[in-house]
Design a protein around this ligand. Sequence first.
Ligand SMILES: *Cc1c(COP(=O)(O)O)cnc(C)c1O
Length: 483
Amino acid sequence: MDYQSTRSTIKTDSVNAVLQGIAPDGGLFADPSIESICFDWKKCLKLKTQDMAVMILKALLPDFENMEDLVKKAYTGKFETEDLTPLVKCGDLHILELFRGPTSAFKDVALSMLPQLVTAALSQTGAEKEVTILTATSGDTGKAALEGFKNVPGTRIIVFYPDNGVSEMQHLQMATQEGDNVCVCAVKGNFDDCQSGVKNAFSTLKDKLEGSRFTLSSANSINIGRLAPQVVYYFAAYRDLIKDGTIKEGEPVDFCVPTGNFGDILAGYYAKLMGLPVSKLICASNANNVLTDFLTTGVYNKVRPFYRTESPSMDILVSSNLERLLFLACGKDTEKVAGWMKDLNTVGKFKVDEKTFSYITSSFEAAWCSQEETEKAILDCWNKNGYLCDTHTAVAYHVADRRKSSTPTVVLSTASPYKFPQAVLKALGQSEEGNCFDLLRRLNGYTGVPVPQNLKNLEGKKVRFNKSIEKNEINDFVLSTLK
Ligand SMILES: *Cc1c(COP(=O)(O)O)cnc(C)c1O
């Protein structure tokens, strides 16, 4: 199986796709044959989560040797539960808890695996290179990537986050990061500025670094090695719904996903293409509802106000992974995709044709949730179900709850409520006074929900990184860090 750029006929294998992160023409590496993939999904549903991961990753990234070892190293002992991603009942809905990993964010599922894939790819290709991982983060990717790559031989990682665009807890998580090969820097701008700055750094620095011992890659979900591990928990959730008697094998399930860069939900679509009986994937957005508009009209328009919300990891106007869906939806017409992406860059919008649009809407639905509705959802969910959700999960909970579908619906829960204690306390009508550790204790006192150890441990840790740069200084910053 080959990977191909979404914007041209450039091809490579899965090992090199992971190493490169993004295609040289700015496109994303995608598997053009995934719609006809041969995958024994029924057999997969009989497995434990780690064995599922081995089977799924072997299918999606077939050129890696020893996937068993890589999965074991990635996950064993790193998550709160052996199951990695537990499914819990919440009223009529089911919540898939993806935040039980080392940094209490769903990004841990993929970013525990990615460093294993990158180092394996380095050794398999015999590249005597040091990989530098460049990452733009809206808050959670940064910490999860730093933790994943910390002290991994042959790698270095540089993380850029929007100044004032992340929660205090997210900021502390990154600023106190330990490890000899890590670096964190704030950018005066929003997440889209960070992401386009990093994409730009890839294209301009690749040539400059040609022939040196450095090579660049990405820990963002533009990297297929980030996306593939996310397919696993859709299978795990479906397996658990069979186990608890909610469905019988073969019956349809809907998944409602709090969406930013479109990576998480796209992994659900890959699961569907691999045979999992997924009916609808519901894309839930916050006030930055560019995807709701796209998925209901076929017009993607990023020229609109940008809102800073209490769900900062979804404050995104350019959702990179949509490009991989467009690639499949238009019949892999790379010229078409390249054209749309060019329109997006130049005039800020594009419109897809009827056929592409109906391909998309046959599997995807969308709705959004305002700031007030998000707060109300946290309160309602707590009062009605005794379940405490974070601000991102609350967006999806609201959308799923209002939809009232008769199909069993799984809401993906993407962060611990303790990563956003201020917003959660406010929603519950409690005082927001004090530093973020006071808030953790207050939220814990009020709800009795245990605080994740990794967040408690931040108290008193030394701040190692406090640099902030202009958005046009990203390239220089990377070069000076490499020297
Ligand atoms: C990253 C993130 C999201 C959005 O996921 P995408 O794959 O970017 O769509 C949602 N919630 C949280 C908490 C996140 O960290």
